[in-house]
Design a protein around this ligand. Structure first.
Ligand code: 13P
Length: 318
């Protein structure tokens, strides 16, 4: 357990954050389509390799979350960066609750972790996502996803992995920032209740939440200062101080918005390290610069390094 606590601390060490590069096949296909290329195994390898081998990136990146295919490609050779693995198996519609989804992957988790350990992984990620509408998320959906997140965390800690617990409230929709605030609070409350019931060691886990933001189509232009204030208000209410770090997802915010919000969050500060575990907000500009062409690899690495540095600075409130 002490080793796990140290890994959790190392992942949120000052000035560094996590790269989420664990896109599933459908998600990476969507990202590649946005730059006009198809998702082949070779292109996926080339793209992830470009990110993982960016010179100097270990100054800003503490860990990388990989997808099953990627960890097997053995692309992460930088020993200063900690290997992580996404272990949930994606989401399915919840029968009887339109709009709600449940995350799968508890079956066989223990044996998958045993194999990932041989591939060098030290931490894991499981994501549950909740849509906001008049009727979503239902309490049944929140409770069942929270049960599974807690069971995942228990299995991780019992098998020598630091669990990243990710309950994401989606930005899609026209809901207000206050609706996001309330939903985030009630989901996180239930998640921590279930984690406590299963005796999870809070010092050996990380929380990966959404920031409290208005819905994409709400027309609300809340400033980073307001987003930071509301985000920290919720977290202070529900997240135990033993948790060493909170690593935000970017959730479809633009890279600049995610970075600016992280900076404001750090200006206010909290009990925990306040860091990032961004996917799109770290990768978008690099992906565009690359465009699937080997000649653009250096330019793409410069973009990635720049985004990583900006988020590192944001951790200092800069
Ligand atoms: P985004 O930062 O693109 O939301 O991705 C983070 C992530 O890992 C979602 O599970």
């Amino acid at each position: 357990m002490e080793e796990l606590e140290n890994i959790a601390k190392a992942l949120v060490v000052q000035g560094k954050g996590i790269l989420a590069a664990d896109e599933s096949f459908p998600t990476i296909e969507k990202r590649f389509l946005s730059i006009g290329i198809s998702s082949t195994e070779d292109l996926r390898r080339e793209y992830r390799k470009l990110l993982f081998t960016t010179p100097g990136i270990e100054e800003f990146i503490s860990g990388i979350i990989m997808f099953d295919e990627t960890i097997r490609q053995k692309l992460l050779t930088n020993s200063a960066i900690i290997s992580g693995i996404k272990v949930d198996l994606g989401m399915k519609d919840m029968a009887g609750y339109p709009g709600d989804k449940l995350t799968d992957g508890i079956d066989g988790l223990e044996s998958r972790l045993a194999e990932y350990k041989t591939l060098g992984a030290k931490f894991a990620k499981w994501r549950a996502a909740f849509m906001i509408s008049e009727v979503n998320p239902s309490i049944q959906c929140v409770e069942e996803n929270a049960n599974r997140l807690a069971e995942y965390a228990r299995i991780c800690q019992a098998n020598g992995f630091v669990p990243i617990v990710e309950p994401e409230i989606l930005m899609d929709g026209n809901h207000s920032i206050d609706k996001c605030y309330e939903t985030t609070r009630s989901v996180l409350r239930i998640v921590f209740m279930k984690l406590k019931e299963k005796n999870i060691n809070f010092k050996a886990m990380l929380l990966k939440p959404n920031m409290v933001v208005p819905g994409n189509d709400s027309g609300d232009m809340s400033t980073p200062a307001i987003i930071a204030q509301k985000t920290l208000e919720v977290l202070k209410e529900v997240v135990p101080i033993e948790v060493p770090g909170i690593v935000f997802l970017s959730g479809g915010q633009t890279p600049d918005a995610a970075t600016n919000n992280l900076r404001e969050i750090n200006k206010l500060g909290g009990e925990w390290q306040l860091s990032f575990s961004f996917g799109r907000a770290l990768q978008d500009t690099a992906l565009k610069a690359w465009g699937g062409k080997p000649a653009n690899i250096n330019a793409a690495q410069q973009e990635f390094l720049t985004r990583a540095r900006m988020n590192s600075l944001a951790r200092y409130g800069k």
